[in-house]
Ligand binder design. Structure first.
Ligand SMILES: NC(=O)C1=CN([C@@H]2O[C@H](COP(=O)(O)OP(=O)(O)OC[C@H]3O[C@@H](n4cnc5c(N)ncnc54)[C@H](O)[C@@H]3O)[C@@H](O)[C@H]2O)C=CC1
Ligand SMILES: O=C([O-])C1=[NH+]CCC1
Length: 343
């Protein structure tokens, strides 16, 4: 490394050594990012470590302390030709030294399309040097952090005596939700509905435990204590008249202001929680078009600022937040460094 003049070990005073150390750090920082792809992320990310970190992050976000979390509403770029959107999701957690941006493309795919509905990549940056430390797969992160946050909403808002879980949809989010809900809770019955019986049966073959395939949404949701909606529908698929009073709904799909999963009856009857008020008012057709009031963010319940109305019908409208990706990516990076015995 060139410091502008020839040096030898014996000439180094402490200040020069510090400069060399700093410069060495800068050289390291300027190196290429670490690439951590799908298989490695799957090995490194576990719900038992991820979920508590996400619950802490939801509370930090809702405190609106800029030293804890800075997370603007995501920028969304329409990909009209492909009936999709690019979401850019920057997050800075100054106290934790985490700077992260997720790029996520999500699409309204045609029936029978084999193209993915969601594709995501997460970048971790060094907030001091500005370089990219790691580039990692966003599929597994998005699947797991979304499901874990839905499970946190159920932990806070679902009746403790819940026995029946219903999942509407049979794709990637349906699988991640099945996995974390069966890890965190014990249901007597789990039901699934999808647009085609074939895809619902394919879902059943991909999970470990017994799941009942239902022929209609009404059959799937009547009597259910917890309902997860993870469809790509844009018109209501879940109607309030079918939902048992006191049930908890984790509504994950319909992340555009003109897309719906839930009807007005459900939105008006339920106590509505969300991840981000700003995000919901910008992106949730279920909230915007129904005129439903957002009672609280999940972080407000975690912080003890707002009550959890377990005794009432509750809806957690999930849009997805960058802070969830940030803590997930940092956890993956920390686990990767530990595995590589790096500081
Ligand atoms: N809230 C959040 O943080 C996130 C939300 N999402 C959203 O969750 C939803 C599910 O995502 P993935 O599981 O990755 O998608 P996927 O394509 O893997 O599965 C979507 C499921 O919805 C069904 N479906 C598609 N069109 C439908 C329609 N018109 N009516 C009823 N069902 C329909 C499909 O058959 C499939 O079972 C999407 O809307 C996606 O945008 C995705 C990632 C994060
Ligand atoms: O938070 C997220 O990654 C997404 N929300 C809606 C589609 C993708």
């Amino acid at each position: 490394m060139h410091l502008g003049h020839s040096v030898s070990d014996s000439n180094f005073g402490p200040i020069i050594k510090l400069q060399l150390h700093t410069r060495t750090a800068e050289v390291i920082m300027a190196g290429p990012p670490v690439i951590i792809w799908r298989n490695e992320v799957e090995q490194l990310l576990q719900y038992r470590e991820l979920t508590p970190r996400l619950e802490e992050a939801l509370g930090k976000f809702s405190r609106r302390d800029s030293a804890e979390v800075i997370q603007p509403v995501r920028t969304t770029v329409p990909l009209q030709k492909h009936s999709g959107f690019l979401g850019v999701m920057p997050t800075y957690m100054e106290n934790d030294g985490v700077l992260c941006t997720k790029f996520v493309c999500f699409y309204k795919r045609e029936e029978g399309s084999t193209l993915p509905a969601t594709k995501a990549t997460v970048m971790l940056l060094d907030p001091e040097y500005g370089n990219v430390k790691a580039v990692m797969d966003g599929e597994v992160i998005t699947g797991m952090r979304t499901a874990a946050v839905s499970a946190i909403s159920a932990k806070l808002l679902m009746r403790p005596e819940a026995e029946v879980l219903t999942i509407l949809g049979s794709g990637l989010q349906a699988l991640s939700h099945y996995n974390v809900f069966t890890e965190m809770f014990s249901f007597k019955e789990i039901r699934v509905w999808s647009r085609t019986r074939q895809s619902a049966e394919g879902f059943c073959r991909s999970v470990s435990g017994p799941v009942t395939v239902c022929a209609s949404v009404e059959e799937a949701v009547r009597g259910a204590d917890a309902i997860v909606t993870v469809t790509r529908c844009t018109e209501p698929v879940l109607f309030g008249q079918w939902v048992k009073p006191g049930a908890h709904v984790a509504a994950v799909g319909a992340c555009r202001p003109n897309w719906r999963e839930l009807d007005d009856v459900l939105m008006k009857e339920a106590v509505v929680y969300t991840d981000s008020r700003e995000g919901a008012m910008a992106e949730s057709g279920d909230i915007i078009l129904s005129g439903a009031e957002v009672f609280a963010e999940l972080g407000d319940v975690i912080n003890g600022v707002k009550p959890a109305h377990r005794d009432k019908t509750t809806v957690f409208k999930s849009l997805g937040m960058g802070v969830e990706d940030a803590v997930s990516a940092q956890l993956v990076f920390d686990q990767w460094k530990a595995k590589a015995s790096l500081p």
